[in-house]
Design a binder for this molecule. Structure first.
Ligand SMILES: *[C@@H]1O[C@H](CO)[C@@H](O)[C@H](O)[C@H]1NC(C)=O
Ligand SMILES: *[C@@H]1O[C@H](CO)[C@@H](O)[C@H](O)[C@H]1NC(C)=O
Ligand SMILES: *[C@@H]1O[C@H](CO)[C@@H](O)[C@H](O)[C@H]1NC(C)=O
Ligand SMILES: *[C@@H]1O[C@H](CO)[C@@H](O)[C@H](O)[C@H]1NC(C)=O
Ligand SMILES: *[C@@H]1O[C@H](CO)[C@@H](O)[C@H](O)[C@H]1NC(C)=O
Ligand SMILES: *[C@@H]1O[C@H](CO)[C@@H](O)[C@H](O)[C@H]1NC(C)=O
Ligand SMILES: *[C@@H]1O[C@H](CO)[C@@H](O)[C@H](O)[C@H]1NC(C)=O
Ligand SMILES: *[C@@H]1O[C@H](CO)[C@@H](O)[C@H](O)[C@H]1NC(C)=O
Ligand SMILES: *[C@@H]1O[C@H](CO)[C@@H](O)[C@H](O)[C@H]1NC(C)=O
Ligand SMILES: *[C@@H]1O[C@H](CO)[C@@H](O)[C@H](O)[C@H]1NC(C)=O
Length: 883
């Protein structure tokens, strides 16, 4: 009572002010309440004095009708409201529900709402409420539902909250609460839902008086900094259906009697703590259990077969523990089981044929255990199974012919087992994405039917005893990984499996032949000899020496190997990142006037070279680069070569001597955008130009923001944008400063092109290169695309560059229209004006006015999608800078 007296003064003050107000109609009260609210989207337009709609039918209002019409509920959820939550609303004597969730109210807890005498539900979830929970929170003593979740409430939970005896729902989840949770639950006997989850600053034991909450159905304490043990008193939670204490720092065991006493449990999650001891066997007495998660703890011992009485079990997750003993057989035939995860334990046992009774089974992960079993036929008859992962076990015998018959099967991993026999024909699993049988004892051929699986992307059959050829038809697949290393395969390797993606692993099959492999196929021998065997081998790339690095690409793990073998014969050192077969001799022989493209270039010339395999590559010969050790040079080029983006040219490898580097790039057939624009007949349609602009912007955004380390291009110009067969642009010559060294880079740039219009104006007087400089150069390229004019015309030294030309034009009335390429039909004018606007912002004289490349990507994509996702900015003279 002491607390109450302390605050009675405050409350009486509040009540006096309230009673003082004149008696208004409910309509007036609502309008007054609205006045303090900011309704930027005008969702409350119906709330108006001269509205034809009765206030009981206004947005969010509900009234009772007996004994008289009266507002009982206000629900203004998700209306982007901000401003003040005024206590005037409490004049609605019968208001019992107020839901302002999912808005933008930015203020402390509105304690004055405790004046609402009938209020039972207060939902302020997902706003911007800040500050602490004040002690007078007890003034809300009539509340039944208090939801302050997903705000920025901080500080300790006050003991006075224990006075809210009517509370049925207390949700303080996802806030910034800290400290210890006091023992406040003795009085909260009505509580049904208690959510203190995701308060990561909390440091507390689980108060044992939670066990007194006999009506509690949901206890949600996950991700909240609870430590210590699970209190024995939890057995008192007879009504509990959901217990989630995952992702805390709990230790100790699960109280003996817990499983058997929580008869209503539906979901039990204690995962990701530091709990240990044995499996809570009593849990099997809970017939309604749907989800059981004990994963990532230190539980040990075995799991009793009595788990099979959990007839409603759908999800069983015990992975990453220290369980041992036979895996409970009964689990495999539970009628509703969907998910079984038990990987990284020491389970033994088998998967019985009765697994076919688990007709709902979707996902099985039991990797890294000691199962000793055949793969049961029954598995193949489960039509919902989409993942079966059982690597690193003792599965033996033959794969049943139906094992991939589930029409939704997408991941199979049976690597590192003892399977034998042949790989069955796989025909039915048309959704198979990833298939690994690595490190077994499989024999026979690679089934050609694999080529008919349309989405197969990762195929690993390495370390088996497979024989015969690699089916040519596998070329039809869009594989990212193809690993057949260490088998006994023979014959010609399908060409597309050697070049570019997929990352292919062929080593350890001495009888395979083909370009890039140690063995030439017999029908290639003659050609090979006429080229002449050179002793000056710059690099002979042998897959047998492939050493891997892994990159994550997309949603699945793609293994990308850097095919490198350094050879140091003579002065030449080389590293390759792709399975190319090229010798220094080939490169030198190929570099003549005929193969050279473009002019001498700032840093060196580019040659298009045809490799003995018939493949074309572009080789850039860099001279006199700065003094970099071979080791750091390699590290730098490797950094650049690891970039994988559709708008950045791939570096396939490099050779270098003391003063020359050959950088080997992928070859792109359409040449550079710069060349294309320089042709008098340049007339690409607008949609392609926009696509090129978006692609280039994406490539730069990737270098600037996504790739680690962040890189600058430093030489963006249309000549360094190459186009593939589909006009997809790819940036080349990027980050050469990292290869030739900063001082060589700067002196080369300034000797060759100090006044290039691609250079940002600040280029001359700031030493430090910036993203904004790349943005500027990009803006110039975009101007080229919009106007169809070359940035600068070398032959006519007096003609002005595209930037100056555009700036002069757009300054006059309707000038913007005059700069657009007249070869493009006027139907694209709107988009072109939009692109022009972006280009002008990119080429702002002030670096800080230029957008980031990410913003540029968004703006350009908006143009392309023909929706008005951006406020369209009018071109006005004031926004265009004079030069
Ligand atoms: C609503 O209109 C009535 C008369 O039409 C007026 O008396 C009352 O003050 C108005 N209320 C508000 C909140 O403007
Ligand atoms: C609210 O609207 C419904 C139909 O739209 C109508 O039947 C009802 O009478 C209205 N209520 C009031 C209080 O005007
Ligand atoms: C609320 O505003 C944000 C940003 O202004 C907007 O993205 C969101 O769609 C709006 N939500 C609603 C329900 O209007
Ligand atoms: C509103 O509350 C008053 C008491 O405060 C009560 O007399 C009246 O019946 C209630 N009206 C409705 C419609 O519930
Ligand atoms: C509060 O509102 C949010 C948003 O609609 C909702 O998800 C939540 O369930 C509500 N809280 C309670 C206790 O009903
Ligand atoms: C229970 O409520 C009384 C007041 O009704 C209060 O004095 C006491 O501290 C509360 N107990 C707890 C544990 O909060
Ligand atoms: C967990 O508790 C241990 C000591 O019991 C402590 O060292 C560790 O920092 C805690 N971890 C977290 C995430 O709170
Ligand atoms: C489980 O681990 C505890 C130590 O945490 C050990 O005392 C006990 O013997 C283990 N039980 C089994 C069955 O391995
Ligand atoms: C296999 O599980 C053990 C623990 O049982 C773990 O230490 C080991 O790292 C796991 N191996 C792999 C490859 O995940
Ligand atoms: C492959 O077969 C040979 C015998 O032909 C056997 O010695 C070898 O162990 C087998 N390798 C594998 C990985 O099963």
């Amino acid at each position: 009572m002491a607390t109450f007296c302390k605050y009675s003064l405050i409350s009486s003050l509040i009540f006096i002010s309230f009673i003082h107000g004149s008696v208004s109609t409910e309509l007036d009260i609502l309008l007054t309440f609205k006045k303090s609210i900011e309704d930027s989207k005008n969702y409350l337009s119906s709330w108006s004095n001269n509205s034809a709609i009765h206030y009981c039918n206004w947005t969010g209002i509900a009234c009772s009708t007996t004994p008289s019409l009266s507002v009982t509920s206000i629900n203004l959820q998700s209306l982007n409201l901000s401003g003040e939550i005024s206590s005037s609303i409490c004049e609605l004597r019968n208001l019992s529900h107020l839901n302002l969730a999912d808005n933008l109210f930015n203020q402390p807890i509105p304690l004055h709402l405790s004046q609402c005498s009938s209020l039972e539900t207060l939902n302020l979830s997902n706003n911007l409420i800040w500050g602490t929970i004040p002690d007078p929170i007890f003034l809300f003593r009539s509340l039944k539902v208090l939801d302050f979740s997903r705000n920025h409430i901080e500080g300790k939970i006050p003991e006075s909250i224990g006075s809210l005896k009517e509370l049925q729902v207390l949700n303080l989840g996802s806030n910034l609460l800290s400290g210890n949770v006091p023992s406040i639950f003795g009085n909260l006997t009505e509580l049904v839902v208690l959510d203190l989850s995701e308060n990561s600053y909390m440091v507390s034991e689980i108060p044992s008086d939670i066990g007194k909450l006999g009506k509690l159905e949901q206890l949600l304490l996950q991700s909240s900094g609870f430590h210590g043990g699970l209190p024995d008193s939890l057995v008192g939670l007879q009504k509990l259906t959901i217990l989630d204490v995952s992702q805390n720092n709990l230790t100790g065991g699960i109280p003996e009697a817990l499983g058997s006493s929580l008869k209503n449990l539906v979901s039990f999650d204690v995962s990701q703590n530091r709990l240990f001891g044995s499996f809570p066997s009593g849990i099997c007495g809970v017939k309604g259990l749907v989800s059981l998660s004990l994963h990532t703890n230190f539980f040990n011992g075995s799991i009793p077969d009595s788990i099979n009485v959990c007839l409603n079990l759908e999800r069983f997750q015990v992975q990453n523990n220290e369980f041992s003993g036979d895996f409970p057989t009964g689990l495999w035939s539970l009628p509703k089981i969907k998910l079984v995860r038990a990987e990284n334990n020491r389970f033994s046992g088998t998967i019985p044929e009765s697994v076919s009774m688990a007709a709902q089974l979707e996902q099985v992960q039991i990797d890294n255990n000691s199962f000793i079993s055949k793969i049961p036929q029954g598995l193949g008859s489960i039509k919902s199974l989409y993942r079966f992962s059982a690597s690193l076990n003792g599965f033996y015998g033959e794969l049943p012919p139906n094992f991939c018959d589930s029409p939704v099967m997408s991941i199979i991993n049976l690597s590192h087992n003892s399977l034998s026999g042949e790989i069955p024909e796989l025909k039915k699993c048309r959704k198979l994405v990833s298939f690994s049988l690595a490190d077994n004892s499989l024999t026979g051929h690679i089934p050609a039917s694999l080529s008919d699986l349309p989405v197969l992307t990762y195929l690993d059959l390495s370390d088996n005893n497979l024989t015969g050829p690699i089916p040519q038809s596998l070329q039809n697949l869009k594989l990212a990984l193809f690993n057949v290393s260490f088998n006994k395969l023979s014959g010609r390797v399908p060409y597309s499996l050697i070049s570019g993606l997929p990352a292919s692993f062929l080593q350890g099959n001495p009888e395979l032949c083909g370009p890039g492999l140690p063995n030439q196929c017999s029908d290639d021998q003659q050609r090979h000899q006429t080229i002449g065997l050179t002793t000056l081998t710059c690099a002979l790339i042998s897959l047998a020496f492939a050493v891997g690095t892994m990159l994550i690409v997309g949603g699945f793990i793609v293994y990308h190997r850097s095919y490198k073998r350094r050879s140091q014969i003579g002065l030449w050192r080389s590293v390759f990142f792709y399975p190319l077969r090229v010798t220094e001799h080939d490169l030198i022989m190929g570099m003549d006037e005929k193969s050279a493209v473009g002019g001498p270039g700032i840093f060196g010339r580019v040659y298009i070279i045809s490799l003995p395999s018939g493949e074309l590559v572009a080789v850039k010969k860099l001279f006199n680069f700065g003094i970099q050790s071979s080791k750091s040079l390699k590290a730098e080029i490797k950094t650049l070569a690891k970039i994988r983006h559709k708008n950045i040219v791939k570096i396939l490898g490099f050779c270098h001597s003391d003063d020359t580097i050959f950088l080997i790039y992928e070859f792109l057939e359409k040449g550079s955008l710069g060349e294309m624009i320089s042709r008098p007949d340049f007339s690409l349609q607008w949609s392609i130009r926009l696509r090129i602009a978006i692609g280039v912007a994406q490539g730069l955004a990737y270098l600037h923001k996504d790739y680690v380390p962040h890189l600058l291009h430093r030489n963006v110009k249309s000549k360094n944008i190459l186009l593939d067969g589909d006009f997809e642009p790819k940036l080349t010559d990027f980050s050469l400063d990292r290869i030739v060294g900063e001082s060589t880079f700067q002196s080369a740039m300034s000797s060759e092109s100090p006044f290039s219009c691609y250079n940002a104006p600040e280029y001359g007087y700031t030493k430090k290169p910036t993203e904004e400089m790349d943005v500027y150069s990009f803006g110039v390229v975009l101007l080229e695309l919009v106007t169809g004019r070359q940035a600068e015309r070398a032959e006519a030294s007096d003609s002005i560059d595209v930037v100056k030309w555009v700036r002069r034009k757009v300054n006059i009335t309707n000038g913007a229209f005059q700069v657009l390429d007249p070869k493009i039909s006027s139907s694209s004018q709107q988009e072109m004006l939009g692109a022009l606007e972006v280009a002008l912002r990119c080429t702002s004289v002030m670096p800080e006015k230029r957008p980031s490349m990410c913003e540029v990507v968004k703006s350009l994509q908006c143009l392309g999608s023909r929706t008005t996702c951006l406020p369209s900015i009018e071109l006005s003279a004031s926004e265009v800078e004079h030069n």
